[in-house]
Design a protein around this ligand. Structure first.
Ligand code: GLV
Ligand code: MN
Ligand code: MN
Length: 416
């Protein structure tokens, strides 16, 4: 009699080690994996290969998101979906994104191996361009799926080399004419549960390896272009300069001081993390500075008020320096309150192994936040000992990574 092969399993720690060489950034440190660049394609190929080896069926939707499906006999109706993203910020950490994808695959593999018979399909998603590092708009794949972004605008977005999103998608085999709202696919999802490394440090002091999300701060990104007059650093009198870098400095300072002033009431934060200087010579006054303001706060109106104050300060600095200032909104994500019923169900599923699981808010954006407006969504966080993220120093212990997979497995078992 032929031996029946046991379903394969996946160790999340080993899988993350396998991914570590992909997109390792020798210049910035950490990892740089951006929509359909070489590293992202390798990550996607790993996803397809690994999910198929685990017995799942993989497809790409028309918005460049990947879906691995486990739908054994008897699993019917809208699916329970988990997952996250495999792209990164420039020079990011190893876990923001991949942890949720790898844990999703590991949890499904474990359920298969233990003989679980789900009543509905389970999907593991890899959402495209969650960080928006290539085209500036975060959660691009989930926003397109949910019909939350204008497709003409997306096709026309350009990366730093001037390539359009339309061209990059087409080159990756995604028809740019077909992107956008996918109601049929959305209707096939009963709920979405995203596991993510904690960003911030709330779980460590509480002594818990996992937590459940309550809410996401409202947040957005604004592009500021300051145009002055390029000139010689030695030959130009100080009084006759129109230096956009002086205005950029004021913008950076305004972001900090406006956020500090508003923070005690509104949990405000504002950051300039990206600055481009034209032409960028050390002995030349710049002709243009482009910078991006990332602003977040508890409520949508708090973010709007914060940004209005920062922009007023930048415009005043521009006028004083004789520079032109233009500001455009690249993205805005409204405050998210995660589904309370689903979170309560997760709490009950985790209680036998994890006791009372802390519920914590987050300042980071996620695809789960986009989907929350369309279907019950929730998040599970894995303890990050010092809270650092969007940095090569982001981390979680191997024990906590495995505890996260345990928790996700318990959750998916209970939900299906
Ligand atoms: C994504 O991680 C964001 O919060 O910017
Ligand atoms: Mn991130
Ligand atoms: Mn993320």
């Amino acid at each position: 009699m032929a031996a029946v092969e046991a379903p394969a399993t996946l160790d999340a720690v080993a899988a993350l080690a396998e991914l570590a060489p992909i997109g390792a950034d020798p210049v910035r440190g950490g990892w740089s994996r951006h929509l359909l660049d070489g590293a992202d394609r390798e990550m996607r190929a790993w996803f397809v290969r690994t999910a198929e080896a685990l017995g799942l069926t993989v497809e790409r939707d028309r918005n460049a998101n990947l879906w691995a499906t486990w739908a054994p006999a008897g699993a019917v109706g809208p699916a329970v979906a988990t997952g996250s993203h495999l792209d990164s910020v420039p020079g990011g950490g190893p876990l923001d994104g991949p942890l949720g994808v790898v844990s999703g695959l590991a949890a499904v593999a474990r359920l298969r191996a233990e003989g679980h018979r789900p009543s509905r399909p389970i999907l593991v998603a890899n959402f495209a361009e969650e960080e928006g590092a290539r085209f500036g708009v975060p959660c691009l794949g989930s926003q397109l799926l949910a019909g939350e972004i204008d497709t003409d605008r997306v096709r026309a977005l350009t990366d730093v080399a001037g390539a359009t999103a339309a061209d990059v998608l087409a080159d990756g085999g995604v028809d740019p004419a077909g992107i956008g709202h996918d109601p049929a696919r959305l209707a096939g999802l009963a709920l979405y549960l995203e596991l993510h490394v904690e960003q911030g440090c709330q779980l460590a002091p509480l002594g818990h390896p996992v937590g459940l999300a309550t809410s996401i701060l409202a947040h957005g990104r604004w592009r500021v272009t300051v145009t002055g007059r390029g000139d010689h650093a030695g030959a130009t009198e100080l009084v006759s300069r129109h230096d956009p870098m002086v205005v950029a400095a004021a913008a950076i300072q305004a972001a900090r001081s406006r956020a500090v002033a508003a923070d005690p009431v509104t949990r405000s934060r504002a950051t300039v993390g990206k600055l481009q200087v034209v032409p960028g010579g050390s002995n030349a006054i710049a002709s243009q500075a482009r910078l991006w303001v990332d602003a977040r706060a508890e409520h949508d109106a708090d973010v709007r008020a914060l940004v209005a104050g920062i922009v007023a300060d930048i415009e005043a600095a521009g006028e004083a320096e004789g520079c032109e200032v233009t500001v455009s909104e690249e993205s805005f994500s409204t405050r998210v309150q995660f589904d309370r019923d689903l979170t309560d169900r997760l709490d009950a599923a985790l209680r036998p192994a994890f006791g009372e699981v802390p519920r914590i808010p987050t300042g980071a954006g996620h695809d789960a936040g986009i989907l929350a407006a369309h279907l019950p969504s929730a998040m599970l966080f894995v303890r990050n000992p010092d809270g650092v993220s969007h940095s090569p120093h982001e981390g979680a212990s191997d024990d906590d990574i495995r505890a996260g997979v345990d928790a996700l497995t318990d959750a998916l078992r209970a939900l299906t």
